[in-house]
Design a protein. Structure first.
Length: 125
């Protein structure tokens, strides 16, 4: 076995371990989000203050969170979150828009959850 083959084998094992870890972390996050109060979810969303984290990193991390919130929480909870951030005005407009009913409907329509899958096939990781 060549050194390159050993490297490929090790990379494949590492990839599989990472996939398992991500799956377990998603499960843990889902349980935590489902059990969280509205105030706890507000505190989580506040960590994405647009003024502190502008640009692609904000989008790369915030949009997957919003997708999961819409998947894991009920419409009433999401409406409470949207109302909270709408009341904060323009600095929070992007957050309020992401939590809007219209965006939630778009997200829910785009989610696939095959019968054999444990979780929805999220579009954003």
């Amino acid at each position: 076995m060549s050194n390159d083959q050993a490297n490929l084998d090790e990379l494949w094992r590492l990839r599989n371990a990472a996939a398992v870890t991500l799956g377990l972390t998603e499960d843990q996050m889902r349980r935590a989000v489902r059990g969280a109060s509205v105030d706890e979810l507000i505190a989580l969303v506040e960590t994405f203050a647009p003024g502190r984290a502008p640009g692609p990193e904000w989008t790369r991390t915030f949009e997957p969170l919003v997708e999961r919130l819409w998947s894991w929480r009920d419409d009433a909870t999401m409406a409470a979150l949207a109302e909270t951030f709408q009341a904060r005005g323009m600095p929070w407009a992007a957050v309020a828009n992401a939590l809007s009913v219209e965006n939630g409907a778009r997200i829910k329509a785009g989610l696939r959850h095959p019968a054999w899958a444990r979780q929805a096939a999220f579009t954003q990781v």
